[in-house]
Design a protein around this ligand. Structure first.
Ligand code: HEM
Length: 141
């Protein structure tokens, strides 16, 4: 559960990236696939070398879903329910991949926002994304 202050910090970070979902998302995926190549296995059906267009398209979709989560911080479970079904029951993404994505997300934010991305923002964003990951992986059980 995020405090009021943490929610405000998450929203502040989102305001800085909203409108740039495709480019942030593509960079996030590129980092994920490069730093943790095992994550590429889930995208095999799209071709192992995801091209720029695919990175932008999927990156945008992923970040738009994060935007929805920001708008529904109080009710993540309901807001992300179809996405949770997809990741758990259709894609069967192993939950261990989510912390890797979260780590890459923090690096993308830090490298773009630099001093604007305060330690408090990082802590709040980490807690928020962990909450998203919990919801997206809990249907495995
Ligand atoms: C698809 C969001 C984590 C693998 C999707 C879609 C969204 C999404 C919005 C598209 C759904 C649709 O087309 O209806 C997210 C969010 C994540 C997350 C918000 C965490 C914050 C992951 C992780 C992996 C992964 C960690 C694996 C490493 C996939 C794959 C697809 C997908 C393989 C299908 C791609 C395709 O066939 O076009 N995800 N995802 N996701 N996600 Fe995730």
């Amino acid at each position: 559960m995020l405090s009021a202050q943490e929610r405000a910090q998450v929203a502040q970070v989102w305001d800085l990236i909203a409108g740039h979902e495709a480019s942030f998302g593509a960079e996030l995926l590129l980092r994920l696939f490069t730093v943790y190549p095992s994550t590429k296995i889930y995208f095999k059906h799209l071709g192992l070398c995801l091209d720029e267009t695919q990175l932008l398209t999927h990156g945008q979709r992923m970040l738009e879903a994060v935007g929805v989560a920001v708008q529904h911080m109080d009710n993540l479970r309901a807001a992300l329910s179809p996405l949770a079904d997809l990741h758990a029951q259709v894609l069967r993404v192993d939950p261990s991949n989510f912390p890797l994505l979260i780590q890459c997300f923090q690096v993308v934010l830090a490298s773009h926002l630099q001093g604007e991305f305060t330690v408090e923002m990082q802590a709040a964003w980490d807690k928020f994304l962990t909450g998203v990951a919990v919801v997206l992986t809990e249907k495995y059980r």
